[in-house]
Design a protein around this ligand. Structure first.
Ligand code: NDP
Length: 307
């Protein structure tokens, strides 16, 4: 079994940036992740990443990934399902039964879309319910769709869908959208988008496919909305599998606690990107990259000290 200096778990901006820095530091490392590019690939338009005035999440991540591949780094398309601390490092096993040993670990596992957790949500996934507009929007050409949420993911999703669907309802539980004012301005100007404030989605109705949703307003009661597709964009939550296996300190929502060096509570394990409490939890591609760079520099110092 080959022994690496570092195993990077994740394939988003934090993981890839850490790999670019680790390569400069000549750390022998491997990147492991199931979905190349991470959650960033689900955003159709990114306008705040330096050097890119406007780029899709997929194109940006492909560019970063190409840079990593050109450095000769091994990216393993797999998922780590078990990880253990051993005497001189860590031992991991993947879903495809690959065994990996390394002196240090960087967890950059990101987050996954938050579920609404109402009846029939699971039943209608792929049958009218979606969490990713860039993946599924084309199924709703000239149809009526709704987006739930009131922050950047919801805004970007509504704007994207407005180019494809006939009508977009954005349903938000409060009375004022929050997040990037540029997106909010575009939403307000867009004639195809109607924001329905102060409402929650209470029920999903349909036979084989979603046909109707029931909205709940605490003051005005319930109303029905006939739609073909519902995009749930209500934030994201960290995947706790490896955090729990390594017994890392985490906050109430399951984000991994890190110090200024991106070190976790377990010696030899670092974490970077959306899965951590770092950068004031300001989940941006640029902050994920920065945390990945800080982690890699610190891991380099750790490996040097232990040689
Ligand atoms: P956020 O956590 O920012 O927002 C989640 C939204 O969903 C909030 O409006 C929240 O309501 C609402 N919500 C949460 N739970 C529920 C629920 N159970 N029912 C109804 N509504 C609910 O997540 P985002 O994914 O939007 O953004 C995460 C980060 O990613 C941000 O930092 C953002 O800036 C960034 N981002 C940037 C993009 C870009 O610039 N291209 C695109 C997408 C994300 P409430 O407001 O009441 O809390």
């Amino acid at each position: 079994m080959k022994e690496y200096d570092l195993t990077i778990i994740g394939t988003g901006p934090a993981a890839y940036t850490a790999s670019i820095y680790a390569s400069r530091y000549k750390l022998e490392h491997i990147i492991i992740g199931e979905k190349l590019g991470g959650l960033a690939t689900e955003t159709d338009k990114i306008c705040n990443f330096p050097s890119e005035e406007e780029i899709s999440g997929i194109d940006l991540m492909k560019k970063i990934e190409t840079q990593v591949k050109n450095l000769g780094i091994n990216i393993l398309n797999d998922k780590i399902i078990d990880i253990k601390k051993i005497k001189d490092g860590f031992y991991s096993i993947t879903k495809n039964e690959k065994k990996i040993k390394s002196k240090a670990i960087l967890l950059a596992t990101g987050t996954k879309s938050r579920r609404l957790e109402i009846n029939n949500e699971n039943k209608f996934i792929g049958r009218g319910v979606s969490y990713c507009a860039t993946c599924d929007a084309l199924f709703y050409q000239n149809k009526n769709v709704a987006v739930i949420g009131g922050s950047d993911s919801a805004q970007v999703t509504s704007l994207y869908l407005s180019k494809i669907a006939k009508k977009v309802y954005q349903i938000y539980r409060k009375d004022k959208l929050r997040g990037d004012p540029t997106w909010i301005e575009q939403i307000k100007k867009n004639k195809k988008i109607e924001v329905i404030y102060n409402n929650n989605v209470q029920k999903l109705i349909g036979n084989n496919f979603l046909e109707e949703i029931i909205l709940e307003n605490p003051y005005q009661g319930n109303q029905s909305l006939k739609i073909d597709g519902l995009f749930i964009k209500i934030g994201s939550t960290p995947d706790g599998l490896l955090t729990d296996k390594l017994k890392l300190d985490q906050d109430k929502q399951g984000y991994i606690k890190v110090n200024d060096n991106q070190e976790t509570s377990l010696h030899g394990v670092w974490a970077a990107g959306d899965v951590t409490t770092a950068s004031n939890k300001f989940k941006q591609i640029v902050t994920a990259c920065s945390e990945g760079a800080i982690a890699a520099e610190n891991i380099f110092n750790f490996i040097q000290r232990n040689q």
